[in-house]
Design a binder for this molecule. Structure first.
Ligand code: CP
Ligand code: NVA
Length: 303
């Protein structure tokens, strides 16, 4: 594994290896065991969109591993004034040991990897959010003990979260069902991947999709960059909220996850959110551990 651009590039075994290392790093952190795996290493973090969790967890993670995170707002970089990503990649590769980037186009992340000579980590694009899904899988495994055979149900927009959950969950042997309104389906590349799996279904009805699910996941109806569509989307997603009705269809002990930020009263009720707050905030914490595992795998000396 040279980069983390999208989960489609990883095998199920590689995903599990990251989760195993993440569990170990979490245990070590909780027990005060320090390993400066990335002493002397630098990570550039390019943000073209807002972030709370991704920024703070990557920055803290690099610090805990003995390395230096450098926050790079796209507005302050020449990339924000039109310097090509191909040139940015070749320049930054001369200074840094790795780059984390949050942007719009997946092609920008892929171009950084193609033209640069250091590991690139996708911190969210419109297409996918691989770091988040690693944390989600880590959390599910923590609560349920294993992943294989469990059913993940995602209700809502066919966005970066739905795209990467479909891929990540199928790759580790989970069953996947998703429900979205017409016109908001997941990316065609993801559907092409998923159609090889008998245990994948794309449905319209949230109650049907949640049937016997072990974990129910949702995300905002209007993602970053879609703010102007918010009103139209509220209409389109009417009936796609996760609430007690939907959860009554899932297993009795089903988990609820949300990558955050959440819009209570839209994609999830305030009551359901609070009832599952422990799981949701463990998921947020696990961003730190899962990303540290990715950083050690990609930037560390022991591959
Ligand atoms: N879930 C997530 O990526 O959060 P941020 O947008 O705050 O980084
Ligand atoms: N789908 C959301 C996820 C935020 C972490 C967005 O792209 O804004």
């Amino acid at each position: 594994m040279k980069h983390l651009l999208k989960l489609l590039d990883l095998t199920g075994e590689e995903i599990i290896e990251i989760l195993n290392l993440a569990d170990q790093l979490k245990y070590e952190l909780k027990h005060g065991i320090e390993h400066k795996h990335l002493a002397g290493k630098t990570l550039g973090m390019i943000f073209e969109k807002a972030s709370t969790r991704t920024r703070v967890s990557f920055e803290t993670g690099m610090y805990q591993l003995g390395g230096l995170p450098i926050f790079l707002s796209a507005n302050d970089l020449q990339i924000g004034r039109g310097e090509p990503v191909q040139d940015t990649a070749r320049v930054l590769s001369r200074y840094l040991n790795g780059i984390m980037i949050r942007t719009f186009e997946q092609s920008e992340v892929e171009a950084l990897a193609e033209y640069g000579s250091i590991p690139i980590i996708n911190g969210l694009t419109d297409f996918c959010h691989p770091c988040q899904i690693l944390a989600d899988l880590m959390t599910i495994r923590e609560y349920k003990g294993s992943l294989e055979g469990l059913k993940m149900c995602f209700i809502g927009d066919g966005n970066n979260m739905m795209n990467s959950l479909i891929v990540g969950c199928l790759k580790v042997g989970m069953k996947v069902s998703v429900a979205c309104p017409e016109g908001y389906e997941p990316d065609q590349r993801v559907l092409d991947f998923a159609k090889e799996y008998d245990c994948f279904e794309l449905l319209r009805c949230p109650i049907e999709a949640a049937k016997d699910a072990d974990v129910v996941i949702t995300d905002v109806w209007a993602s970053m960059g879609q703010e102007e569509e918010a009103a139209k989307r509220r209409v389109a997603f009417d009936g796609y909220q996760i609430n007690d009705n939907v959860m009554a269809s899932a297993k009795e002990d089903a988990m609820v996850l949300h990558c955050l930020p959440a819009h209570r009263g839209e994609e999830i009720t305030a009551e359901l959110f609070e009832a599952h707050a422990d799981e949701i905030f463990e998921e947020a914490e696990n961003r730190l551990h899962a990303q540290k595992a990715v950083l050690v795998k990609l930037l560390g000396d022991q591959k």
